[in-house]
Write a protein that binds this ligand. Sequence first.
Ligand SMILES: Nc1nc2c(c(=O)[nH]1)N[C@H]1C(S)=C(S)[C@@H](COP(=O)(O)OP(=O)(O)OC[C@H]3O[C@@H](n4cnc5c(=O)[nH]c(N)nc54)[C@H](O)[C@@H]3O)O[C@H]1N2
Ligand SMILES: Nc1nc2c(c(=O)[nH]1)N[C@H]1C(S)=C(S)[C@@H](COP(=O)(O)OP(=O)(O)OC[C@H]3O[C@@H](n4cnc5c(=O)[nH]c(N)nc54)[C@H](O)[C@@H]3O)O[C@H]1N2
Ligand code: SF4
Ligand SMILES: [Mo]
Length: 741
Amino acid sequence: MSRTALRICPLCEATCGLTLTVEDDLVTGARGDRDDVFSKGFICPKGASFGQLDADPDRLTRPLVRRDGRLEEASWDEAFAAVAAALRPLIDAHGPESVAVVLGNPNVHTVAGALYPRMLLRALGTPNLYTASTVDQMPKHVSSGLLFGDPDAIPVPDLDRTGHLLLLGANPLESNGSLCTAPDFPGRLRALRRRGGRLTVVDPRRTRTAKLADEHLAIRPGTDALLLAALVQVLFAEGLVALDGLENQVTGVAEVRDATAEFTPEAVSAACELPADRIRALARDLAAAPAAAVYGRLGNSTVEFGTLTNWLVDVVNILTGNLDRPGGVMFPLSATGRAPRPAGPGRGFTLGRRHSRVSGHPEAKGEFPLAALAEEIDTPGDGRVRAAVVIAANPVLSAPDGRRLDEALAGLDFMISVDPYLNETSRHAHVVLPPPRPSQNPHFDYALNALAVRNQARYTREAVPLAEERPAESEILARLILCASGRAGADPAGVDAMVIDTVLGKATADPHSPVHGRETAELAARLAGRDGAERRLDLMLRLGPYGDGFGARPDGLSLEKLLAHPHGIDLGPLEPRLGQVLNTRSGRVELYPEPIAADLPRLRRSLDSTPGELVLVGRRHLRSNNSWMHNLPALRGGSNRCTLQVHPSDAARLGLADGAAARVKGEGGELEAPVEVTDAVRSGVVSLPHGWGHDRPGTRLSVAADEPGVNVNQLLDGTRLDPLSGTAVLNGFPVRVEPAG
Ligand SMILES: Nc1nc2c(c(=O)[nH]1)N[C@H]1C(S)=C(S)[C@@H](COP(=O)(O)OP(=O)(O)OC[C@H]3O[C@@H](n4cnc5c(=O)[nH]c(N)nc54)[C@H](O)[C@@H]3O)O[C@H]1N2
Ligand SMILES: Nc1nc2c(c(=O)[nH]1)N[C@H]1C(S)=C(S)[C@@H](COP(=O)(O)OP(=O)(O)OC[C@H]3O[C@@H](n4cnc5c(=O)[nH]c(N)nc54)[C@H](O)[C@@H]3O)O[C@H]1N2
Ligand code: SF4
Ligand SMILES: [Mo]
């Protein structure tokens, strides 16, 4: 018997609503849900392969426990017993800092990843947190922390209303967007052009997104900060700065003018390899547009000047009056976010409250650089990392110098992986705890709704029921928390009950809360939901900005209401709300923060460095997902290959032939990859995708291993970081390329 079920897609940040066809407990089809209030039927090839992903025979169905050096299938009780037997004793013997927590990308796509990791860290008591953020968007968090006082206050381009979108280092036609949740990003860009708006794309490659643009600037990698500084210089020099109502909410404008005075278009032109007149024209266009949005993503983040670049993106938005204005960049208001409160000075944001043990890297947002994980494990001494809890991460492929990390992980006393696959990273675990198939997960976008171009709320329960003995990922993580706090046998529901109690305790004591003065136990008893995770969702919805406030606003949101609207509830376009967001000590936007000022001389020095060497950038393919979807036959092959793209002029100069192998040498190692000669990449730049290199023994990825590709991150040694955020430089690093053999 075939039936349909709704499921929000967890495979990228676009959060499309899917309609799954289910036969027995098999997903046999997936199409876009035309009634979804946000995605309106959009789907991409990854979403369409949902059934194949769900049914992948290589997916683990039972836990694995290492016995006599070998990973063997075990029962869930045996697996958690193995965790309990190792974890607490290790902490007691070597201290909490001996355990590292490693969180990977899919944690922003699971309910469990949103609800439990913070408690796990607290239970472990360790300061050693490493996440995908430091190979991704940490520069944005740091920039937002410094500008707005809140590292999570990330303004997103108001895609549907903007008149000019300047997009740097992003390729949403393949990635479907990031830090800008917008199902059907391609359609929204086409709509921008149709309504007479302008799209400018800055990218060293002529991407599918660049092909859609009115103007494509093929910048030299790593120099976007110079380009943006020149835009700022022109705005000031030509009297185009117009804060448009933000004047009283921004400090440091004159300081930014002085600090950027020397970055004229003529001064940066050689480094960026862009004509000065086009830079000047771009600044004028942005200033002239009724509303414009500047948006930079991965190619602006995982670069030498990541934080400066992200800061300058918002400096341009602010100086053109486009922050917090319809059509500019705006702050979404998520249904589970903090309810707005009166504006005023806040606590601000501080960097470097601790430093890493080996290289002394400053923490950012409570994290150390993922690039430094290997050295924290393999460098002897007090406070060495001896154990790791790895949740939804494959850093052996996704972090710099995978080989060193691979060896380091092999030397750990104890390692847990919560992962559906036995892959390059989880193969080192002592216990592997596999979460259910995606069709068996409930879904709510805690993280991504706060980055969405339209306010909305959607919740889907699992499409296929979970077998009796199989724990949901929420329960897996709750049980890990219990193991970490020495209460291994306790009821995992107690973990959620404790959180609910704490949150309600604070809310009932808060004079701004709709439940101020009420009884905690009475409110807890009124929570709907089948399990702890759902009750926590209900709690957050009801106390959130659109919530029913437990009766205070009877038509407000609750879990019950969301369940009654299976295609979601639209909460309207983004609205100006800067005052609610600001959490700086001054209570204003601090346009020229001290750490930024201290890093600017480094940018100035880069003006004098003469380009010339070959640099490497990455790329994403529509049918890829970082390191973990090469195992699906439907997504492989065609143009989704691990090739080194080289411009024809470079190929001729270096003696590289299309299809022949090239040897690529970086600071951290070398590799060989087949050459693809194409003018889609500009001269002086080669491109190799990430997430490949599936040829290590001891994994269970039978399809991926067929055509393993090479790991681009092997070219790095882990020392090239954006200093303010600890983010690895994965784009625009020097390489040498020669014919192999
Ligand atoms: N050179 C280079 N390196 C890069 C990048 C680049 O552009 N270039 N991109 C960087 C970026 S942006 C990111 S975000 C990182 C990503 O790197 P990681 O954070 O390591 O993420 P993935 O490679 O996506 O691996 C995800 C892991 O989660 C597992 N998984 C999948 N679904 C689930 C689930 O539901 N639950 C659990 N528990 N596990 C699950 C997968 O099997 C896989 O092991 O890579 C970074 N590395
Ligand atoms: N299909 C697919 N979708 C994905 C993913 C995936 O692996 N596959 N991964 C997901 C994840 S984790 C993330 S974070 C997002 C990322 O989403 P995006 O930010 O859109 O990332 P990319 O597609 O890597 O695009 C980055 C672009 O920056 C360019 N670039 C490199 N260096 C520079 C530079 O110095 N300056 C400029 N201006 N451009 C530069 C590259 O050529 C590339 O086109 O995608 C998500 N969506
Ligand atoms: S665009 Fe992203 S969310 Fe939408 S179907 Fe594709 S992978 Fe899923
Ligand atoms: Mo990412």
